[in-house]
Design a protein around this ligand. Structure first.
Ligand SMILES: O=C(O)CCC(=O)C(=O)O
Ligand SMILES: [Fe+2]
Length: 416
């Protein structure tokens, strides 16, 4: 029982990690103790106690339980509807599971089939893998993370949001630091698409509209094209997100380009690099522990439209499945994890799920790269989207994304 719990704390859950033997002594002592505690608990159980005088009865009982487990698993795996919940390992704490896989190459030859898969995944899980997004060099993406987070403190500080460095002008994007003592231990760098800040024909692009504030970039010395790579990957992920939305539209039986206008010209999308450094010593007293695991990003649903997330080879991401259990999607290098956010779910009247997820501390440096795909400032994200697309059903009213989001952040979530 305790093995998965311990695995989530340990280096074993992460492949090819440098610093694998770094100073985690304290944590590993805690893990060891926890493992011993778990074994102690198990050893006390009459079922597994070999000294028990009723051991043959217990062996028979164990055999029956095992046989039942095998039979149940066989039934589950042969049921087509449940195949996407295939569980590779089962534990009482977290089941590792395989998300549905959407293959963008396959979609070019069998659009209907892949479109149906997208709709099924969004209706039932809200999370999926996207295979075959071409043009991203994942080694270079990792290098982007390491290059940026390895910059001297002064460089990162010069890009800090105004919130942390009042003399800086960037409110919305830029760098956010690790806050010592904070239970959520992470730093990040964010940028958006460059939009002409002086476009006289666009009233949404004005000073003070922080969605369109110019991105801030670290100085480069010519040895690594950080900005060029990331701006290129931004456009690739923008197009891939639209590709998935077009598949969703086909699967819903509406015009393939129904979602396109929401993102036209000036999406306020944020592309973020993230670094979760491990605690050097024991986690702080206020660290969030759930199911015996240290949480570094608490349970949440994304507030944007949809997210394309690259997690390299790292574990740590957990998804709350419909049965109320936390499940850990297997890392799938070369493939993005996609999930939808509150805005899209709301437009669809909850038909598509904005699934809750969280990130665990895995005890070593972890990098991840979320692309938060968001509408244009004046993109229409009003409810009853399907009525707009089909001309039938409850009335759709236009709601503009920018003002709606500002309202949410200021008055509903109260973070500004
Ligand atoms: O780092 C991850 O794997 C996921 C991060 C996440 O869920 C978020 O930033 O919204
Ligand atoms: Fe998230």
């Amino acid at each position: 029982m305790g093995s998965k719990k311990v695995r989530n704390y340990s280096n074993k859950g992460v492949k090819n990690i440098e610093n694998a033997d770094s100073s985690k002594t304290l944590k590993s002592q805690q893990m060891k103790k926890q493992r011993q505690d778990n074994y102690t608990k198990i050893d006390k159980s009459p079922v597994t106690n070999p000294d028990s005088s009723n051991s043959s009865v217990h062996k028979t009982f164990l055999f029956v339980v095992l046989a039942l487990l095998v039979a149940t698993t066989a039934v589950i795996l042969t049921n087509d509807n449940l195949k996407h919940f295939m569980i590779s390992e089962i534990s009482e704490e977290t089941a590792e599971f395989r998300l549905p896989i959407i293959d963008l190459d396959k979609a070019k030859v069998d659009q209907q089939a892949v479109a149906a898969q997208v709709v099924d995944a969004l209706e039932n899980i809200g999370f999926l893998y996207v295979d075959n997004i071409h043009g991203i060099d994942f080694d270079k993406l990792m290098e982007c993370c390491k290059w940026f987070f390895g910059q001297p403190k002064e460089v990162k500080e010069s890009l800090m949001r105004k919130h942390w460095k009042p003399e800086n002008q960037n409110v919305y994007r830029g760098y956010f630091p690790v806050v010592e003592g904070d239970p959520s231990r992470k730093e990040g760098f964010e940028f958006g698409r460059d939009i002409d800040p002086n476009d006289p024909n666009d009233p949404t692009v004005q000073t003070g509209n922080w969605f369109y504030e110019p991105s801030v970039w670290p100085k480069e010395n010519g040895s690594f094209p950080f900005k060029e790579l990331l701006q290129n990957y931004y456009e690739i992920l923008h197009n891939a997100s639209l590709d998935v939305l077009r598949l969703a539209a086909v699967g819903l039986g509406i015009d393939e380009h129904s979602f396109d206008p929401i993102f036209a010209d000036r999406p306020v999308t944020t592309f973020r690099l993230m670094h979760y450094p491990p605690w050097n010593d024991a986690p702080p007293a206020n660290a969030k522990i759930e199911d015996g695991k240290i949480i570094t990003t608490p349970e949440h649903s994304d507030s944007n439209f949809l997210t394309m997330l690259y997690t390299f080879h790292y574990t740590g991401l957990e998804v709350l499945t419909a049965d109320g259990k936390w499940s850990a999607p297997e890392p799938r290098p070369g493939s993005f994890v996609m999930n939808i956010g509150d805005v899209f779910s709301r437009m669809m009247g909850g038909r598509f799920k904005a699934t809750r997820h969280r990130v665990l501390d895995i005890g070593v440096d972890r990098y991840s790269v979320p692309f938060f795909f968001e509408p244009s400032y004046d993109g229409d994200i009003g409810v009853n989207f399907m009525s707009l697309a089909t001309g039938q059903g409850p009335e759709h009213k236009v709601e503009k994304y920018g003002p709606w989001m500002i309202q949410q952040v200021k008055y509903i979530k109260k973070v500004l």
